[in-house]
Structures are given as structure tokens and as C-alpha cells.
Design a protein around this ligand. Structure first.
Ligand code: LLP
Length: 425
């Protein structure tokens, strides 16, 4: 199992951000999501350093869907990043956290009229328009609007099919070959209120092949060149989306992020050579910023060995706090956080407490013999864990604790049973 820089082992116990996980489990109870704020900030700063070019304006948008809370938005604001939101709920949370609307970009393939009104009222930076009907609706509003158009560059990213977003069958964006694209551009050109600032694409998530991002940039620039010529456009902005792959287990990650700088150099070269107007490049990483900063602590409960010899360890959470293994066959590493130096004795299956056979967090992990009450830590759960949590079996959502500069604080409270019936009539 990989120990990230912000983790350590002290007297046989896993620490995160200098604090013993056993102390955190005792103080805040389990299951517990822990995020290391220092590690999140480090990623933000690394991105700002690498995604930088002397001749181009660059903006990094944190993709809120990975993990969204008021405290997270405050941290992102302190690090001077922008954000993307995809729903009224994310937008509301951002505004409530005090986030500057001029740094908010609003996505979504089916924004409701209320959500669009919220975006207009808050005067957010950009609406990223997904389709022609949305554009027609926006045009009917009497509000000045600078927009990006989401296009589908038709690139198949090598990742799980549920998190690919730019196949020809995808629900997102308008394909370059589609008749709708010309109609969309003409609609904007004839509009009194809308201005087309640029294009957006996002090809998928947890992508490890750097060449996929290079290919995307190339396809986007080629198409922008054609569109500028055909429609006499002057597009200023290009948003290349997120999707940068991180380490979950073994050798899955992008190792070196200086490729972002190389990407910008390529983009600048292309722009200069072809006299394109584009001068503002954006990316939207979510997972890369929070995934490895997070862990989840569980208490070990009962264990059992099936007739076939499968050894189960049951923990006091499961698919309600991490749906990713069930949904995408996602793999994770884990350890017994209170017994880090003991020898592994066997392969175990970590299963949750939900009434569902698919409620397995880890299919096979080598661990020391577990005891009831041990603290099991699942690594790299910072992204798409809490944000995809459910209440299946009326299991309350765990608390989220932020560890920073050697201190810990609750940033999202643990739900109580009363919270579960709060809206019941
Ligand atoms: N921008 C757009 C338009 C997106 O749709 C996404 C992710 C991102 C940015 C951020 O992608 P990231 O850098 O985090 O990979 N629930 C799935 C991931 C779904 C991602 C959806 N869109 C998972 O747990 O793997």
C-alpha cells in the first residue's frame, strides 16, 4: 500500500497530516471521511505552477462534483482557483460559502429554468451551454450573457465506459459534425444578449494517457480554426475539461504534471502559427485535487469465512459512503490503521453493512488478521466518495473532518437518525 507524503506511521498507527487516525476515529467516531487540507492546497499550487504560460491566460477550475462543501469552497477561494458547478445545489453552496460569482462556471445538460435564473441573478462568470434547446431558452431571457459552448470532440478516452463523456453516443455537448453546431453559432451571432466567448470539452475521467489530452487539444484547435474561418468568429477561450488520472492502486496514475506546461506550449505554438484569437486556456480537475488527500476510516465488525473460503471483513459503512467499487469496479488500497507494522496474514474481502451483495469495498486485500474494533483505513477516497453518498438502508452519512497544519475540524457533521426523518411527513 502506498503511503502518501502527508501520511506516516507512528507507534504502529497510521497518521494523516501529523495526526493519529486512531485519535481521529475516537474523537469523531466512524465511519469517517478525512481530508488533508495541506495535501489539497499542495495540488492546487502544483497545478498553478504547471498550468502556466507567459503568453497565455490560464485558469484552473476546481470541478466541485468531486467534493463540495462550504469549507472546501473556502479553501479553493484561498488558493485562488475558480470552480465549475453542475447544479443549483452546488451553486448555492458556493454562494453561501462566500465564493466570488465571477469565478463560477455553470455546467449541465439539463439546467432547470430556476437554476439558470440563479446563475443570472448571481451574475456568475460563464454559463457553459450544452445543447441547442438550452441556447434557445437562454436567448429568450432578456439578460446579457457570455457563454462557452460545450462540444463533443468525439474522442474515446481509455477509462471506464460510465465515465467516458466524448463518445459519439454521449449525452454531453454538441458534436462538431452535428447540424446543431452551425445552428447554435448562428443563433448566438444573431442574438442581442449572448456572446460566444469560446468552447468547452471534457472527454472523461480517470484518464492516464497524456496523449489523450494532447489529442483533444489538437482536435479542438483544428475545429476552432475551421469554425473561425467559416463563421468569422473570434473565440477567446478554450476549456479542455478535467479527467486527470490519479493513483488508487498499483500503477494507475499520471506521474508527472509538467505535461500541462508542454500542452500549453503546443497550444501557443498552434495559435501563433494559425493566427487564432484564443488566448485564455482552462482546465477543470476535480479528482486530481482531492482524491489522494482523503481517506475513510471504518470500524471492523464481524468477520466470516464462506464455504468457498472467501474471508470477509465487515465494516460499519460501505456502498452508502463509497459507491465507486460497485458502480465502476473501482479498486482501492487499505490497511489496519491501528496495526500498521503487523504482518499480513491473508487475503480478505472488505464488505459493508448494506443489504446488497454488491456492497463490497475491496475485493481482495492482504491484511493482518483483523479484530473486532480495529480501524480500517481505505485510501484515496477524497473524490466522489462523500459527493456520491446515499442513504440506502437509511444509513446516515458520515462526518467529514479536515486535517490541516496539525489540527482537525469537522467540516460536515455526521448525520443523526433525526436527520433521516427530518423531511418525512
Ligand atoms: N469537467 C466536467 C465537465 C466533468 O464532467 C467532470 C467530471 C470534470 C470536469 C472533473 O473530472 P475529474 O477531473 O474529477 O476526473 N463519479 C465518477 C466521475 C464522474 C466524473 C464526471 N465528470 C467517479 O467516481 O469516478
Amino acid at each position: 500500500m502506498r503511503l502518501f507524503e502527508h501520511m506516516n506511521i507512528e507507534n504502529n498507527v497510521l497518521t494523516i497530516g501529523g495526526i493519529k487516525t486512531t485519535d481521529l476515529a475516537e474523537k469523531y467516531n466512524t465511519p469517517l471521511y478525512i481530508l488533508n487540507g495541506d495535501a489539497i492546497r499542495k495540488q492546487c499550487r502544483m497545478l498553478k505552477r504547471e498550468f502556466n504560460h507567459p503568453k497565455l491566460k490560464t485558469t484552473i477550475l476546481y470541478a466541485s462534483k468531486a467534493f463540495c462543501s462550504k469549507a472546501m469552497y473556502q479553501l479553493i477561494a484561498e488558493e485562488d482557483l475558480s470552480i465549475d458547478v453542475v447544479s443549483g445545489g452546488e451553486l448555492y453552496t458556493a454562494i453561501q460559502s462566500g465564493f466570488d460569482p465571477k469565478k463560477i462556471y455553470f455546467h449541465g445538460n439539463n439546467k432547470s429554468m430556476d437554476e439558470i435564473q440563479m446563475a443570472v441573478d448571481y451574475k456568475i462568470q460563464r454559463i457553459i451551454v450544452d445543447n441547442l434547446m438550452e441556447l434557445e431558452y437562454l436567448n429568450s431571457l432578456d439578460a446579457p450573457m457570455e457563454i462557452l459552448l460545450r462540444v463533443n470532440p468525439g474522442i474515446e478516452a481509455h477509462t471506464h465506459e460510465y465515465i467516458q463523456t466524448a463518445k459519439e453516443t454521449s449525452k454531453f455537448g454538441i458534436s462538431f459534425e452535428s447540424y446543431d453546431l452551425g445552428k447554435a453559432i448562428e443563433l448566438i451571432q444573431n442574438s442581442d444578449t449572448m456572446t460566444l466567448k469560446g468552447l468547452h470539452c471534457h472527454i472523461g475521467s480517470q484518464i492516464h494517457e497524456i496523449s489523450t489530452f494532447e489529442k483533444t487539444a489538437q482536435v479542438m484547435l483544428d475545429q476552432i480554426k475551421l469554425l473561425e474561418h467559416k463563421y468569422h468568429l473570434k473565440l477567446e477561450e478554450l476549456n479542455l475539461g478535467g479527467g486527470f488520472g490519479v493513483y488508487y492502486f498499483e500503477d494507475q496514475e499520471i506521474k508527472n504534471y509538467d505535461f500541462l506546461n508542454v500542452l500549453l506550449q503546443y497550444i501557443y505554438g498552434y495559435i501563433s502559427k494559425n493566427n487564432l484569437f484564443i488566448h485564455h486556456i482552462m482546465i477543470e480537475p476535480g479528482r486530481l485535487i482531492v482524491a489522494n488527500a482523503g481517506i475513510t476510516l471504518y470500524a471492523v465488525g464481524f468477520s466470516k469465512e464462506t464455504l468457498s473460503g472467501r474471508k470477509y471483513i465487515f465494516v460499519n459503512g460501505g456502498m452508502t459512503d463509497n459507491i465507486r467499487p460497485a458502480l465502476y469496479q473501482a479498486k482501492y488500497e487499505a490497511c489496519v490503521a491501528n496495526n500498521m507494522t503487523a504482518e499480513n496474514t491473508s487475503l480478505y474481502t472488505i464488505a459493508g453493512k448494506c443489504c446488497e451483495s454488491g456492497d463490497v469495498l475491496i475485493d481482495e486485500v492482504s491484511l493482518p488478521t483483523p479484530k473486532i474494533g480495529d480501524i480500517l483505513a481505505v485510501m484515496s477516497t477524497g473524490a466522489y466518495g462523500y459527493s456520491m453518498a446515499s442513504h440506502y438502508n437509511r444509513i446516515p452519512n458520515p462526518a467529514v473532518v479536515m486535517v490541516e497544519q496539525g489540527n482537525s475540524k469537522v467540516i460536515i457533521q455526521r448525520e443523526a437518525y433525526e436527520d433521516l426523518i427530518r423531511l418525512d411527513l
